[in-house]
Ligand binder design. Sequence first.
Ligand code: CO8
Length: 258
Amino acid sequence: MSFVRYEEKGHYAIMTIDRPEALNALNSQVICEIGEAIEAIDLENIRCLIVTGAGHKSFVAGADIAEMAHLTKKGGERFGAEGSAVFRKLARMPIPVIAAVNGFALGGGCELALACDIRIASENARFGQPEVGLGITPGFGGTQRLARIIGTGKAKEMLFTGSIIDAKEAYRLLLVNDVYPAEELMAAAEKLAQTIANNAPIAVQNTKRAVNEGKQVDIDSALTIEARYFGDCFETADQIEGMAAFLEHRKHGAFENK
Ligand code: CO8
């Protein structure tokens, strides 16, 4: 691995896109390495993942324009499909994924953040889907996930104009949950990850599944999905310990992911 760093800290992990010479832009190798890093995560131990970019200027400045410049229609479709498949793998991870957006999140970089469950940003973060200015559409989920997160009208405005918004505007649009001074961003991301990791892992994962699967269907079907994941938590060691601790007026022991 040369462009993706991966570090475990107890029950959470940090994946850092590290290609400073191109502001962490995603070429085929970076995309492939992100996929490999996701596959290698030890889900028995890791309960939350943080995704961020190396340096202070950029989260990810998009897909690699130099690599895309001479693609044929077929090549473009393949490049888009490969990136999309990796981002889908990220979005479908059973554990929560936090994007710590520390600068430019443009094009494929914005789409990488959109594939995460929660986005927090530094004050210098900038978001945008500038693809139409390059003669292409967003190809790693931007035409689909942006509207699902901030609503169709605002998403279309960003997609059609290619305009770049700052962290304050991203917060106003609920594109990010919180904004921090740059030097405090990773501490905030790690605190959030630790809080999530302290909770019962099966319950957290079932909650993520219920939210994501429920959003794809009508409300009655969604509530049936919720009931199934709710029931699935019972008889787990963590449910038994969590409820026993409450009833015995004590703090629960460390959850075991069982
Ligand atoms: N691709 C390749 N190289 C990049 C990229 C990129 N996306 N972004 C920055 N770089 C490189 C620059 O070329 C430059 O390299 P060099 O020094 O060798 O010329 C280096 O990074 C530093 O960049 P700048 O000098 O431009 O830095 P500035 O501070 O002046 O500007 C910006 C920073 C505003 C972020 C600017 O670099 C920029 O506009 N970058 C491109 C942003 C962009 O348009 N991103 C969207 C790309 S398209 C996309 O992501 C599509 C996703 C879906 C693909 C589907 C495929 C089918």
